[in-house]
Write a protein that binds this ligand. Structure first.
Ligand code: PMP
Ligand code: GLN
Length: 381
């Protein structure tokens, strides 16, 4: 058919997870933790389910979660947020992103995207009638230059979509990089949709810097988060948007016709989670950092050329030395079938200028699973 999405196949995450299941492979492909999530958050959800309200909550989200979002913004980023006019709950960050694009752009508007990019970005830009303009980050440090931005921005740019920390590259944008992006956003009088779902998954003492906190950016940014990442509950699909009222209102219009609401009992539990003490957030990052080191050391020992991972729960490894004719997709299929370990080909995150020798591993798994994966790999390399 000629529907807008007719050219797209099944998402790479589903494809690789199915292939992993077929082969009984250890699935280090699709990003999800293999633990149950924080017990106290689950308790609050269970209790809310049994004794609380299970009908439509307000389309903007439950007051408890919206207040928790404002408190979280103040606690971690010193951002003053009015929960009543500047927060909205969505069914996952995916819906938040979609509502932002549908709510903010007109057909023909240009959208600046950084490659590698999360797989839903381009389809939703197209659904909204936007015209993508790409900035291709260059491995191994996934850097970009002022000239790259000059080439991508134009008077027709409506917004830039930025994912920081960046899936799959595991890059955390530096303050100078964010300042450069902020300069262009202001110079071209545009907006920034900031996918910050991995905001708490940053390592080695780094602190996540929301683009929204840079000078002049408070009222140009829409900041998106996800309980899926912050509480290791990816199946819940609870996301949120924080933005100035004049930006949030058009996004809310799209949201009301997409999902309208999100399960209230889950919202109450996420509110409880966001109010947990600093130790929870530190332990989340610290625990993942140890897993990163464990998997990276194992991959290195086996012969992979492992790139640094500053954030997210992913690590990218270069497979150039293993042959496969620079075909990361073929490598990932082979690895699943022959080594019993699944990874995601990084080329899936590009539409042009894709690197062909990078694969992504998820390390948010039990230590024994990571160790078994390395054992399996060591039999093949
Ligand atoms: N953005 C990025 C960069 C992601 O990695 C993910 C997780 N798959 C999402 C958005 C979607 O988040 P959610 O599951 O909350 O919709
Ligand atoms: N965000 C997850 C990843 O990058 C997958 C989410 C999904 O399967 N849609 O692996």
């Amino acid at each position: 058919g000629n529907a807008i999405l007719s050219g797209y196949g099944t998402t790479i995450f589903e494809v690789m997870s199915r292939l992993a299941d077929e082969h009984g492979a250890i699935n280090l492909g699709q990003g999800f933790p293999d633990e149950r999530g924080p017990a106290d958050v689950l308790d609050v959800a269970a209790n809310a389910l049994l004794t609380g309200w299970n009908q439509y909550p307000s389309m903007m989200g439950t007051p408890d979660l919206r207040q928790a979002l404002a408190n979280h913004a103040k606690r971690f980023y010193d951002l003053e947020v009015d929960w009543k006019t500047e927060t909205m709950v969505t069914s996952g960050a995916t819906e938040a992103l979609t509502a932002c694009l549908l709510g903010l752009i007109n057909p023909g508007d240009e959208v600046v995207l950084f490659q590698p990019m999360y797989d839903s970005y381009l389809p939703i830009v197209r659904l909204a009638g936007g015209v993508p303009r790409f900035v291709s980050l260059k491995a191994p440090d996934w850097s970009f230059t002022r000239a790259d931005l000059e080439a991508a921005f134009s008077p027709r740019t409506k917004l830039v979509l930025i994912n920081d920390p960046l899936n799959p590259a595991a890059k955390v944008f530096s303050r100078p990089e964010l300042e450069l992006i902020a300069e262009f956003v202001q110079r071209f009088d545009t907006l920034a949709v900031c996918d910050e779902v991995y905001e708490h998954l940053v390592f080695d003492g780094r602190r996540h810097i929301p683009l929204m906190t840079l000078p002049g950016m408070r009222d140009r940014c829409l900041k998106i988060g996800s309980a899926g990442k912050t509480f290791s509950l990816t199946g819940w699909k609870v996301g949120y948007v924080t933005a100035a009222p004049h930006l949030l209102q058009p996004v809310a219009k799209a949201h009301q016709f997409l999902t309208f609401t999100t399960p209230p009992n889950l919202q109450t539990a996420v509110a409880f989670g966001l109010n947990k003490d600093d130790a929870y957030f530190a332990d989340l990052a610290g625990g993942l950092q140890a897993k990163r080191d464990r998997l990276a050391a194992g991959l290195t020992a086996v012969g992979f050329e492992v790139q640094p991972s500053a954030g997210t729960y992913f690590v990218v490894a270069d497979i150039g030395r293993f042959g496969f004719d620079g075909d990361d997709q073929a490598f990932c299929r082979w690895l699943t079938a022959e080594a019993g370990v699944t990874a995601i080909p990084v080329s899936a995150f590009f539409v042009e200028n894709a690197p062909t020798t990078c694969v992504r591993f998820c390390f948010s798994k039990k230590n024994e699973i990571l160790d078994t994966a390395i054992e399996r790999l060591s039999k093949r390399f």
